[in-house]
Design a binder for this molecule. Structure first.
Ligand code: GLY
Ligand code: MN
Ligand code: MN
Length: 440
């Protein structure tokens, strides 16, 4: 993303927090995987949103109204040896020139410099509770300022959760963000189509995962936005199944929940389809019920509706349908009140989507579901999971897990489904699966 995007965001953020306050954000830690190997580094989303700075060992300080500079960045100094072994890094000069910091200091100097920056600021915005060791450091800096009170220096007297201001900004997507989200959705859609086309009984779940990963990577999405779920048969009833190690069996369904991360933005798509390309009648009945629930939920995504309306619509359709198919007994309105559907549908219908797959932003304001507004992006993902232990239902339904998930942008007039390039109607799926995969 262009540097001006981050500058514009910082200017808005500084204005929102106001000149009495200060905000401090730490970069994500680099996490060891085993011995001296680390997981691929991914910057913290809040940190990246305001700085565009991709390196670990950095701390950003935002000081509205400060004459000497409002954006101070602590980071690693340039080190020639490190550049040879590990690659280029910005250094102090790069932090200023490439990333627009007004001041840049070596991270090692932070304890010495920070108390001066905090002096006479009333409130400190930070991600309190996210990383205990960083919280401790914050307290130490504040205590250092306090110890100078006899010299007339005031220390911050209030800690404010960053989420208040920053996460509200992140909730409404800018045009550059929508561009990245659309691309993530496009790449992920192609990956799901590929999975449908290559899937055959006898393949292993990890082989399908490899096809998905291949499609992500060849389009420049180097990582999934979350661990890919490739769950055949009963495995689909484990909501966070990621082992992806079993063979795919003739007659089973396959649930795939996979989304690429593209330039820090996530897609999150689930499709469920028959391993052999043809739904059985029991699978089709449940599948079409989930699809009806999903379409009813998407219908409720429009400005002015509240956050929970899509969920309520999905629950209504699912409960009525479960009664009709004989999996539940009783009056739908009573069953909804008793939450009887939770035996088969135990999660909610969606979440915000953005830089994080479960993105930042409150769902309630003053204890009321918030209204949907243009620029918000959410998932719509109802499902049904009939585990093998569901002895209360006929055997024909057991071992079936289904979820259908799309990414949806709230527009001025309604909504736009960003992931509709992946088929989800029964006839569309069966038709795509019947086409040979020679071109892949
Ligand atoms: N893939 C994570 C989710 O659907 O929420
Ligand atoms: Mn999701
Ligand atoms: Mn998902």
């Amino acid at each position: 993303m262009n540097r001006t995007v981050f500058e514009r965001r910082r200017a808005r953020y500084l204005e929102k927090i106001g000149s009495d306050d200060v905000a401090i954000l730490a970069s994500a830690p680099s996490t060891p995987r085993n011995r001296d190997v680390h997981f691929p580094y991914r910057q913290d989303s809040d940190f990246y949103y305001l700085t565009g700075f991709p390196e670990p060992d950095s701390v950003a300080v935002f000081l509205p109204g400060r004459k000497k500079g409002q954006f101070v960045l602590f980071c690693r100094e340039f080190d020639r040896d490190k550049a040879i072994w590990e690659g280029n890094h910005a250094g102090l000069k790069g932090a200023r020139k490439q990333y627009g910091a007004d001041e840049a200091h070596p991270i090692e100097e932070i304890d010495r410099i920070m108390p001066d920056l905090l002096a006479d600021r009333r409130r400190l915005h930070c991600g309190l509770g996210r990383r205990p060791e960083f919280d401790r450091q914050l307290l130490e800096w504040v205590n250092k300022v306090k110890s100078r009170s006899r010299a007339g220096v005031q220390a911050p007297e209030e800690f404010v959760d960053m989420d208040r201001v920053l996460h509200e900004m992140r909730l409404i997507k800018e045009s550059e963000e929508l561009k990245a989200l659309r691309r993530a959705a496009e790449i992920s859609s192609q990956a799901h189509r590929r999975a449908m086309q290559v899937c055959r009984p006898g393949m292993y779940e990890y082989q399908i995962e490899a096809e998905i990963q291949h499609e992500f990577m060849r389009h420049g999405a180097r990582s999934p936005a979350y661990p890919t779920i490739v769950a055949g048969g009963l495995n689909a009833c484990v909501l966070h199944y990621t082992e992806n190690k079993d063979p795919l069996r003739e007659g089973d369904l396959l649930l795939i929940d996979a989304g690429a991360e593209y330039e820090y933005y996530a897609a999150d798509i689930t499709r469920t389809f028959p391993v052999n390309g043809k739904f059985t009648s029991a699978q089709k009945s449940l599948y079409e019920l989930v699809l009806e629930a999903q379409l009813a939920a998407i219908e409720k995504v429009r400005p002015g509706n509240h956050w929970n309306e899509p969920h309520e619509a999905a629950v209504k359709v699912l409960t009525k349908g479960l009664v009709k198919l004989g999996l539940l007994e009783g009056r739908p309105s009573r069953l909804i009140k008793k939450e009887a559907y939770k035996d088969f549908y135990m999660h909610r219908t969606g979440h915000w989507l953005g830089m994080d797959v479960h993105d930042a932003g409150d769902y309630k304001i003053d204890d009321k579901w918030r209204e949907l507004q243009p620029g918000m992006v959410l998932t719509v993902e109802p499902g049904l999971y009939i585990g093998k232990h569901c002895k209360q239902v006929s055997k024909r339904w057991r071992g079936i897990g289904i979820r259908i998930e799309d990414d949806v942008l709230v527009t001025e007039t309604g909504c736009e489904v960003l992931t509709d390039a992946v088929p989800k109607r029964v006839d569309e799926i069966e038709s795509l699966m019947s086409v040979g995969n020679d071109t892949l």
